[in-house]
Design a protein around this ligand. Structure first.
Ligand code: FAD
Length: 177
C-alpha cells in the first residue's frame, strides 16, 4: 500500500476520490490521466456560502486550467496529437529501412511511456490487435494510420470521427494553400 504524504492535499487518504479522478500506479491521483474539472473538484476547498437571501448566481462555465497549470488528460492529449500528426506530416513519402525501424521503435516506446497510463494501455492494446500495426513505409500510410489511431480514441470518448482522407490537409498542407 502506498504511504500517505501528509503535505499532499490530493493524498487519497485525505479526501474521498471523486468520480473521474484516475489513480496512478503509485495509488495517488494521476494528473495527466484526469480532466481538469475532476481534479479541481477533488482539490477544491469547501466554499459553500452561508445561507443568504440573494438571488442564485448564474451558472458558471466549467473551470478551465490556468495557463501555467500542469497538463491534464485533455491538454496533454491535444499537444501530443499535434506532435504525432506533425511527425507523420514530416515523415518521408518513401521511408528507408532505417527510418521505418526508427519510427516503429519510437511508436512502441511512446505507447509504453505516455504519461496517462490508462490511455497508454488502451493504445498498446489497439496497436497489438490484428491489422493495427503501425504502417511506416511512408508518409501517406503513416498519416492515415495515425488518423485511425486518433479515431479509435475519439470513438472511445464518444467524439466525432475525423475524415482520414483529410488528414494531410489538416496537418501538412493546410486548407487554403
Ligand atoms: P483532440 O482529440 O486532442 O484533437 C486535436 C485536433 O486534432 C482536433 O481539434 C482535430 O482538428 C484533429 N483531429 C481529431 N481527430 C483526428 C484524427 N482522427 N486524425 C487527425 N486529426 C484529428 N483522453 C481520455 O480521456 N481517455 C483516453 O483513454 C485517452 N487516450 C489517449 C491516447 C493517446 C495516445 C493520446 C495522444 C491521447 C489520449 N487522450 C485520452 C486524449 C484525447 O484523445 C484528446 O486529446 C482530449 O480529449 C482532448 O480532445 P480535443 O477534443 O481537444 O481534441
Amino acid at each position: 500500500k502506498p504511504t500517505a504524504d501528509p503535505e499532499d492535499p490530493t493524498a487519497p487518504e485525505k479526501k474521498a476520490i471523486p468520480k473521474g479522478v484516475v489513480l496512478g500506479k503509485d495509488g495517488k491521483p494521476c494528473r495527466s490521466c484526469t480532466s481538469f474539472s475532476s481534479w479541481a473538484a477533488m482539490t477544491r476547498k469547501d466554499t459553500t456560502p452561508a445561507a443568504t437571501t440573494d438571488p442564485p448566481a448564474p451558472p458558471t462555465s466549467p473551470p478551465s486550467p490556468p495557463p501555467d497549470c500542469p497538463p491534464d488528460v485533455d491538454a496533454l492529449g491535444r499537444s501530443t496529437w499535434t506532435f504525432l500528426h506533425a511527425l507523420s506530416a514530416a515523415y518521408p513519402p518513401a521511408a528507408t529501412a532505417a527510418q521505418q525501424a526508427e519510427m516503429r521503435q519510437f511508436l512502441a516506446l511512446f505507447a509504453r511511456l505516455y504519461p496517462c497510463w490508462p490511455c497508454a494501455e488502451d493504445f498498446r492494446a489497439w496497436m497489438g490487435r490484428g491489422g493495427n500495426a503501425p504502417r511506416v513505409e511512408g508518409r501517406e500510410g503513416l498519416g492515415r494510420w495515425m488518423c485511425e489511431a486518433h479515431n479509435e480514441v475519439n470513438r472511445k470518448l464518444g467524439k466525432r470521427e475525423f475524415e482520414c482522407a483529410r488528414w494531410e490537409e489538416r496537418w501538412r498542407t493546410g486548407g487554403g494553400m
